[in-house]
Design a protein around this ligand. Sequence first.
Ligand code: CP
Length: 303
Amino acid sequence: VNHLLGIKYLNKKDIELIFETADHFKEVINRSIKKVPTLRDTTIANIFFENSTRTKLSFELAEKRLSADVINFSASQSSVKKGETLIDTVNNILSMKVDMVIMRHPNPGAGIFLSKHVNASIINAGDGAHEHPTQALLDSYSIREKLEGVEGKNVVIVGDILHSRVALSNIFALKLQGAKVKVCGPKTLIPKHIESLGVEVETDLVKALEWCDVANMLRVQNERMDISYFPSTREYTQQFGINRKLLDSLNKEIVIMHPGPINRGVEITSDVADSDQSIILEQVENGVAIRMAVIYLLASKIK
Ligand code: CP
C-alpha cells in the first residue's frame, strides 16, 4: 500500500514500525540535526481544502527536515474557487512531477476517492468526520512516551465523538495496540452502535476520569454541528468540561491530551491545559517526528 488513508487499513506491526522510525527521527532532531538528506529527490504537495495550523505546518516541517521539495496548495486561494474539480486539481499538480500528496478535505472518504483516480501516494491529513490517521499516531506515540506503552492503558476520549475524525482514528489505533477505550460525552454527540468498535460509552465524566489513565479532550466542532442536537455551551462545560477542581478531586493523577485547537474554558480550562498534567504541546512536537516517519516509509515504497 502506497497510501495512508486511515488507521483502519493498518495493523499493529505497521504502527510499531512507524513508532520505531519516529523514535529515530526524534533522536536526530533532539541532537539538533534538523535536516537529513533522505528525500532529496522527492516532491510533495500539501493540499488543504480545510483550515489547519498544526497538521499543515508539521507536515511541511517534516517534509523539509527530510529534504523533500515542497509545494503548498490552499483551496481558498486556488482555481477551485472557479469550479475546478478535485481530480483535475490534483492531476494538474501531479503533472508538475509531484510524488506524494498530503490532503485535508471536508468530505469523508475524499482521500480514498482520490487514491483511486490519481497516480500518486496519498496521505490523509483529515477527511471530514472520517479519519485523521497521523493525529491518532502522534496521540498514541505521545501516550507510549509518557506512560511507557499503550497496551493495557485506560483511555477515555471526551466530547464531540460524533463529528470527530480524531476520535475514530484514535479508537482504531488504541484498540490495535491493546488499550482499553471509553468514549464520554452527551448522548447527542456519541454515534449509535459505537460499541461495535470495541469501546464502552460512559456519560458520567467523573466516573470516566476515575477509570482512566489518559483523558483525550476533544473540541466541540461547532462548524459541523446541527445546532438542534447540541446542548448549550454552558451545559456542555458543566457536564463535560474539565477544570483544576475536578482533576484535584480524583484519587489519581491522569494524563491530559487535546488534539487542538482548544476552546479554552469550554472543554478544558487554561489551568489544566497549561499544567504539568497536560501533554498537549508534546503531542504537537511528536507530530513532526511521526509525519517524518510516515512520509519516509511511504516514500521508500514508491522509489
Ligand atoms: N489537530 C489538528 O488537526 O489541528 P489542525 O486542524 O490545526 O491541523
